[in-house]
Design a protein around this ligand. Structure first.
Ligand SMILES: [Fe+2]
Length: 348
């Protein structure tokens, strides 16, 4: 449990976050929590909501038995499954704070469809504070969204030999900027990136992860380049050293041909994200790598979060630094630097 001073800092930061989420007097904020895990966050959010004149309550459920890292790799399994009275209570809220991790579950979709906006919060407090979102971050992410929505092809390269193209237009663009004031919309604090997917057979080329790029869910940094050969939206070959072998073994362990499909693609825009977070033990579940300013977030596996039909459980998020990315003929990222002014961080 936090000390009184730390608790006051937490309530203050949570109040600012709820204001970004548009919480007003008379609204209802529900917290979803698991037993005695993150009771300080549950108390902090309810107190912050009350300070703003909102009603607040906490739906506290038994844990699913999975730790946070295991949850990231087992999306869709959660402690709300089958608990309709709890789901119904959460649907009454204007904003739900998810301290459990409902991501990709049908329970989450049901709550969103009722108009409840959902904010996922699972990172350590120092990560929440360092990557605290702003309206300015939202505007830059939405500038990227407009560009990505109208693009028909995405192509990215890097010095290690990547040259891959994605045929776009079939799937929507997902944004994460760290707060949500739009009914039914989900977001994750912290965030700061956007993504979409190619048509199911529309990815072709080579992706070569360079030394220092990140492998999630391993939270490790690549030591020898990993080369993926992709044909018609599927990985047909993985070459390289130890990292390539480990990745390949991990994918094989799912015994699922759908594991070799290509998932979402996009880039990061949060200039407060730190690439070396995992090396120094402050990385949480990995939003630093995923939202890192100027990265390209390559990923493999499912596309159900985009509305597709590939529901494989094998999902790898693979942030890459120093890439160059084009949308049609527009240069978006050059050697890891964001080029269009409407997406550039203010102090750069
Ligand atoms: Fe992902």
């Amino acid at each position: 449990m936090a000390t009184a001073t730390a608790m006051n800092d937490m309530i203050g930061l949570f109040r600012r976050e709820l204001l970004l989420c548009g919480v007003k007097e008379g609204e209802t904020v529900a917290v979803l929590s698991e037993m005695d895990r993150t009771t300080d966050y549950a108390t902090g959010f309810m107190t912050a909501a009350r300070d703003l004149g909102a009603h607040a309550f906490n739906v506290n459920v038994l844990p699913s038995g999975l730790g946070m890292d295991a949850k990231v790799g087992n999306v869709g399994v959660n402690p709300l499954t089958g608990n309709q009275p709890a789901i119904d209570a959460l649907k009454q809220a204007d904003l739900m704070i998810d301290l459990v991790f409902l991501l990709f579950s049908k329970e989450q979709l049901e709550i969103q469809e009722s108009g409840t906006r959902i904010l996922l919060v699972v990172e350590p407090f120092d990560v929440l504070a360092r990557m605290f979102p702003t309206q300015e971050l939202r505007e830059r992410v939405e500038a990227g969204e407009r560009r990505l929505q109208k693009a028909r092809q995405l192509r990215f390269t890097n010095r290690a030999g990547t040259d891959v193209s994605y045929e776009l237009g079939r799937y929507p663009v997902l944004t994460e900027y760290g707060f949500t004031d739009t009914p039914g919309r989900w977001d994750h604090w912290p965030g700061g990136f956007l993504a979409t997917g190619a048509s199911d057979d529309g990815v072709n080329g080579q992706v070569v992860m360079d030394e220092g790029d990140i492998i999630y869910p391993f939270k490790t940094y690549v030591r020898q380049p990993v080369e993926f050969t992709i044909r018609h939206g599927r990985i047909v070959d993985i070459k390289g050293g130890l990292d390539a072998r480990l990745l390949s073994d991990y994918m094989t362990s799912f015994h699922d041909p759908k594991a070799y499909s290509i998932s979402h693609i996009g880039w990061g825009l949060n200039h407060n994200a730190v690439w070396t977070g995992h090396a120094t033990g402050v990385g949480g579940i990995g939003m630093d790598g995923r939202a890192f300013y100027g990265n390209v977030l390559f990923s493999t596996g499912p596309n159900t979060e985009l509305g597709g039909t590939n529901d494989t459980a094998c999902h790898l998020d693979l942030p890459m630094r120093g890439c160059t990315l084009y949308l049609d003929d527009d240069l978006i990222v050059k050697d890891g630097e964001i080029i269009p002014n409407d997406m550039r961080a203010p102090e750069r």
